[in-house]
Design a protein around this ligand. Sequence first.
Ligand code: BMP
Length: 214
Amino acid sequence: NNQLILALDVTEKNKALDVAEKVYEYVDAVKIGYPLVLKTGIGIIEDISSRVPVIADFKVADIPNTNRLICEQVFNSGADAVIVHGFTGRDSLDACVATANEYNRQVFVVADMSHPGATEFFQQVSEKIAKMSLDTGVSGVVAPATRTNSVENIRKIIGNELAIISPGVGAQGGSASDVINKGADWVITGRSIYQSDSPDTEAKKVVQEIKNRN
Ligand code: BMP
């Protein structure tokens, strides 16, 4: 377990495959979202998942029936996990979990976000979303490496029942070692790795930083 997830937000298929090939031994999963899938097609998930587990970041946020229909397509594509929103309520989340269970796959819920605008609305509901996520069957929550107090707070709420995966390391200013120390299980980082001339060196650096942290 390297505690690192790569956010593969490139939009060229060859670049995506090249970066994945270079870093797969340093990352525990690759997060794929709209930029890459909308450009190259859903088949990219299967291409990458033959090498490394794929977390499909579609931030699913609809009524239960539509959530189910979306999650079916996501899991049919070969994704190992899906990221969904929690603010739509328990019934919408339950629909995602039920679908994931049918496919024996995992769900992660966005509990708080890493960008500055998250303090406008998201921060006010993050504790509620974290609490709601307990006992639902999800694997974990997403919480921001840019505001480690939020990670700490969410860890207190969810105890050891759920994992925390934490974006915002690197380009957004978050530190991998800090957020792991505050309770995250994995960091998610994108640009600082895939925009580098040497993605494998950058990925390795993050892994080392986490392993050697105080
Ligand atoms: P980067 O390291 O390039 O900033 O990428 C972070 C990744 O995590 C992006 O895919 C972004 O969409 C995602 N993300 C985030 O940055 N903050 C959140 O709160 C939730 C996210 O999914």
